[in-house]
Ligand binder design. Sequence first.
Ligand code: KIV
Ligand code: ZN
Length: 517
Amino acid sequence: MKVSEDRNRIVIFDTTLRDGEQSPGASMNLDEKLRIAQVLEAMGVDIIEAGFPIASDGDFEAVREIARTVKDSVVCGLARASRMDIDRCAEALRPAVSGRIHTFISTSPLHMQYKLRMQPEDVLAAVTESVAIARDHAGDVEWSAEDGSRTEHDFLCRCVEAAIAAGARTINIPDTVGYAVPDEFAGLIGMLFERVPNIDQAVISVHCHNDLGLAVANSLAAIGAGARQVECTINGLGERAGNAAMEEIVMALRTRQDRLPFTCGVRSEDITKASRLVSATTGFKVQPNKAIVGANAFAHEAGIHQDGVLKHAGTYEIMTPESVGLSKSTLVLGKHSGRHAFKEKLKDLGYDPGDNAIQDAFKRFKALADKKKEIFDEDIIALVDEEGRVNDRIALLSLEVLCGTKHHPPKAEMELLFDGKSKSCQATGVGPVDAAFNCIKKLIEHEARLQLYHVHAVTQGTDAQAEVTVRLEENGKTVNGQGADTDTMVASVKAYVNALNKLLVKRGKSVPAALSA
Ligand code: KIV
Ligand code: ZN
């Protein structure tokens, strides 16, 4: 990453795995985080904030594994202004080729008084001390003024100056509660450039939340005022209303070079892939009219628009679908396609699974092609996204469901494999899904609550695969499970079983109460 050499280069700092994961329900397991980190690295993200190592052993492990794996992006960990946090963060980052410690403390009157219960002078001392501790571990240290946009200017200037003097090379100004408006936020950044004497020794960064829907606008305004790092997330995932969406920042820079003459290292063609992966992993669906990555972002429904686009795409299209990696849903493969064509298709779609994984996915592709005449890119993506379940303790063996106007109540009969043993049972429910899920609960007793059940048709047509997301919560821990199949009931059960498998891993200890049937 060559930050200082090009004054017009914007450093893209992705915090999907840290701030994004803090959204209730968006928790991800280690494999999922690693996969997302690899996609972020491949798309050219400069810095990946991989987690908050002190928060849990899972977070620590995720940061360490990402630090081990990622080579081309800087891997960053978050730490509060305390020695314990910073030491733990440094330990997690030890294997990184390039690691960054990101330490923060609140600086606004409200946060200092009610959250920290600290006097401003003590906060100022903590800034210097925490940055110095972090610098003992790493050359690359970022300091953040939490609730920076609501901090008194004089105090913010003193804190920023102190952090730089203590060795922070990136200073981040968050709009933590998404309260700022663009000209005000740009004014704040401009004020820092005017008043902080050593400001030229650091890169100024911004981190905007979207409570008023202004996160991207505020980030772009800050760039105009001199900020050169933007913190953002894929799909705008993040606390409450989320963070600035990376895809919107990147495409605004690419599309409006006339007003925003800046560059960044992110390959915009990878945006759609990253968006789909984050959405599938977290179960957070992207709204259809979401800028850049929504299903309708490049769709033209009105006849007058379609006519214009056919005559000249520029009439209604300011970006091409290809520039965000969106290819038209193309018929790709069929029943007679061979392994080689399948492998090439996977490469085209940006997947590079190992030989065993290809073997497995190819088998499932053939099974799908037997059921469904036309196989689209989206079908292949759904197939591959089901990969990596070889170590699962629970698997669906068979399912039969009776429902409809003549069958009251709906009834499901199911056979599951659990730790190598096959068990079956029957159950009824208010609907077929309820009946099937009741079967799972009978076979594998658990207390987890169903928080989300979502069905999405992968492609168009009644033979489309259903992609189901199930979110389970147990003792404050959430997991998301996914399943895809041309049969919605099978997809639903696969998704529930996938979530339960993840829960078992999360519990660590774990055999759920004995199989009951
Ligand atoms: O929103 C915020 O203030 C944060 C900081 C920890 C950077 O996420
Ligand atoms: Zn944040």
